[in-house]
Ligand binder design. Structure first.
Ligand SMILES: [Zn+2]
Length: 286
């Protein structure tokens, strides 16, 4: 079973929570670390001969375009993480379209190919803004990986399928990995969950999904490889969320790479039943 490894390329200050995020206008005055952190991520994957999907934030690509070229040159797939890392459910349809279109223009302008995969900041496509999926289909995306099928504090869409599935508008949805425990789909595949849980739980849950014939979508951020990121003005809870287990990220990634097979989401989707039409049109990694 080939799983999907996904990397959200953003800066450490691109966090987005309701009422708590740094305004875009302030970002240019902050220390940027995404380049060395992403290059480090690329080196780890290269050492394990693993390819992944990198959802690159348009703002980052705009400032460091060579990063997009570098990711592609090493055989990975480049998707969009939007431009300004705004919560989808806090935007109008028009604002969302403009933000995503801006990222397409930037990433497509660098790579020569429009991204076909999208991930929303903080998995913020929820049940109250599913219109976003039609916007994505209209913008030419082939798949989305933004809907977490369980209720969490600021995101999550209870009732949505936990496995990859095709929507009526033709878009494929590829949710982050969850495993069902006591009737609840529990996230385990990335971010703070990957850092907080003992690794044997991540391992068990991944094997469990694979045994059921389902690939796991694992995600992480290059800033999670930095054990001492600048934290800036954020609350105690956010500090905890962003720093818990950071020292473990590298070893968790190494363990995952050593034990499981991974590929970009585009490759994984092409292997799914009913996805024959996806064989054409993908910006496939070479
Ligand atoms: Zn993000």
């Amino acid at each position: 079973m080939v799983n999907a490894l996904t990397i959200d390329v953003e800066e450490h200050f691109c966090y987005a929570y309701p009422g708590e995020s740094l305004p875009l206008e302030q970002w240019d005055g902050l220390e940027r670390r995404a380049v060395p952190q992403t290059l480090e991520t690329l080196a780890i994957l290269e050492a394990h001969d693993i390819r992944a999907t990198f959802f690159v934030l348009g703002w980052v690509a705009e400032r460091d375009p060579f990063l997009v070229e570098e990711i592609r040159a090493r055989g990975h797939e480049v998707g969009s993480h939007g431009y300004g890392h705004q919560l989808v459910y806090r935007q109008t349809s028009e604002q969302f379209r403009d933000d995503v279109q801006r990222s397409i223009d930037i990433i497509g302008g660098i790579s020569g190919e429009a991204p076909v995969g999208y991930r929303a900041p903080s998995f913020s496509i929820r049940n109250d803004c599913l219109w976003a999926l039609d916007v994505l289909a209209d913008l030419g995306f082939r798949y989305d990986s933004s809907i977490c099928p369980t209720q969490l504090r600021h995101y999550g869409s209870p009732g949505q399928p936990a496995e990859a599935h095709r929507l009526d508008n033709g878009l494929w949805e590829f949710p982050p990995a969850t495993t069902r425990v006591a009737g609840i789909d529990v996230p385990f595949g990335g971010g703070g969950y990957l850092r907080l849980y003992p690794f044997f739980l991540t391992r068990w849950a991944t094997h469990r999904l694979n045994a059921a014939g389902r690939p796991a979508v694992i995600y992480l951020h290059p800033w999670e490889l930095d054990p001492n990121p600048p934290l800036g003005p954020r609350s105690g809870l956010r500090r905890f969320q962003h720093t818990v287990g950071l020292a473990k990220t590298r070893s968790r990634l190494l363990h995952l790479c050593a034990e499981f097979d991974f590929a970009p989401i585009g490759d994984v989707l092409r292997s799914l039943p009913g996805s024959d039409e996806l064989r054409l049109g993908f910006a496939a990694a070479k």
